[in-house]
Write a protein that binds this ligand. Sequence first.
Ligand SMILES: [Zn+2]
Length: 338
Amino acid sequence: MGKAARILIAVAAMFVLGAGLGASLGVVSGSATAAADSVIATSPMPAQDATPLRTAAVASQAPLPHAPPPHVAAPRPATPQTVAVLPDDTPPRDAALPAWQRFAVPVAATVGPRIAVVLDDVGVHVPNGRRAAELPGPVTLALMTYARGLDELAARARANGHELLVHVPMEPFDGKWDTGPNALRTGLAATELDRRIEWALSQFDGAVGVNNHMGSRFTSDPESMTVLMAALADRGMLFLDSITTGATKGRVTARTAGVPYLARDVFLDNEPDPESVWARIAEVEALARRNGAAVAIAHPKGATLEVLRVWLPSLAARGITLVPLSALVTPQPLLAAN
Ligand SMILES: [Zn+2]
């Protein structure tokens, strides 16, 4: 980890934001949608688009191919913001720490709104998984349990300053979707559910937690989620609820088990065209300004990756800090009371 673990300082370029897009703020897409349970669409992208991380993060002068909608453009700070990811060449962190802290990407204390960007389904499409690992960060990559080459992809992502989740397939309400192998399902024998959870959590090292792929049926079943949360508590992992159903029991079962819980606010690319992604970006920025923080989930599709490469380095110049997911964990009332 040492060589690649350098201080990453992203000095954001001062973007002059064009205001010509004219897209209006659409209906908030924070609610669960059927598309969230769909299998991913993938498209290979030209190799020459793979810009090295630090070049993109430090000195992006590229004009915005799609300027964010006017309401995204908050007043710029008088001086460029500096977002520092702390050096990772410190001694290994205490192995006794819970995984969500041991494998967390360290960040400097910040003020102002924060956004965590999670990419789901990473690794299924190999070239786009690698491109996701090269994004300006820190972002959080949710690696699909059944993808190949996860050890290498995980190492590459962490070397580039990204955080990792295990993206675990879980049973959707609609049986027509193919969850892939070893999905967590309601109604499995306890030993089989335990086996599948153990399998999922042993596919690669270095994850701070888990989030659900599909899972509208599984996450709404309290008994099943209690089994999952017990396993996460054992390992000190956090749970990011993708919220593929409003009936999810993620929050209550996580709290009972003492598992740090976070919830997705906006899916950026259920509608994968760039203008729709920019509209969702406007929503997540507005949420972050209103609530102090927001969690966006996107997918490593070609168009989404292109938008992210433009958007992520532009955040600092507008006073928003891009953070790894673990930075948004807040103390839990249940634990604080004990
Ligand atoms: Zn997924």
